[in-house]
Design a protein around this ligand. Structure first.
Ligand code: HEC
Length: 196
């Protein structure tokens, strides 16, 4: 009897890894939004970033980067954002965008999901309004096109002034958005931090 029971349990256990390998379905946008809210409530800053650090444009003149444990552990282990070459499955990083009046203008997120998008490092990309309305979700070409500039860092940028993009790149993606004056100044004083 006992042997039968054990057989039953072990055959169930054997199925679990198969199921989780196949689980490349992303969470729904609202499920991911809930995870983002948890990080916001816990003030879970990304290692290597600061609250209200400078952002690139007037719509994100200030930013706050948040990260879950999997993301932050990878950064700590590597020593810096620039040294991470692969984030683990489940790593989540969030950017809160604030305007010059420090009003929240939008939230972007990247969730690492093994097998989701192998050609582009398996990130689920998401963009939300401050109220949580979904602006974009999934394999968003524009997000991917720009974040590939740091493929060797597995798509995650270090915040300004450690890494920055030239005005021409921002303008190429967002022709109508103004560059934040502080960012323009940082580009002049930290020319070596510009990602090529
Ligand atoms: C034109 C380039 C560009 C585009 C397009 C872009 N990003 Fe980013 N993103 C950056 C840069 C550069 C940073 C680093 C912070 C900064 O400079 O403000 C960043 C930061 C982030 C972060 C914080 C983690 C990190 O890499 O520092 C997330 C999350 C993020 N972006 C998600 C997105 C999503 C989702 C989209 C699409 C809706 C998107 N990004 C579109 C350039 C871009």
């Amino acid at each position: 009897m006992k042997r039968f029971l054990m057989f039953g349990v072990s055959s169930i256990l054997a199925v679990i890894p198969v199921l989780s390998q196949a689980a490349t379905q992303p969470p729904s946008p609202s499920e991911l939004w809930n995870e983002v809210q948890t990080l916001r409530m816990n003030n879970a800053l990304m290692v290597g970033s600061k609250a209200y650090q400078p952002g690139s444009r007037t719509i994100d003149a200030y930013t706050i980067d948040l990260a879950n444990k999997a993301e932050n552990d990878a950064i700590r282990k590597a020593g810096s954002i620039q040294k991470v070459t692969r984030y683990p499955n489940g790593a989540l990083v969030v950017k809160e965008n604030f305007n010059e009046q420090r009003k929240l203008t939008g939230i972007t997120a990247m969730l690492k999901l093994d097998g989701y998008d192998p050609a582009d490092r398996n990130w689920v990309m998401a963009a939300y309004t401050p109220a949580g309305k979904v602006v974009g979700y999934g394999k968003i070409p524009a997000c991917i096109a720009c974040h590939t500039m740091v493929t060797k860092q597995d798509f995650v940028f270090a915040p300004p002034p450690d890494q920055m993009l030239p005005v021409s790149v921002w303008k190429g993606f967002f022709p109508k958005q103004d560059i934040a004056p502080v960012y323009a100044e940082l580009l002049r004083t930290h020319a070596d931090a510009i990602v090529k």
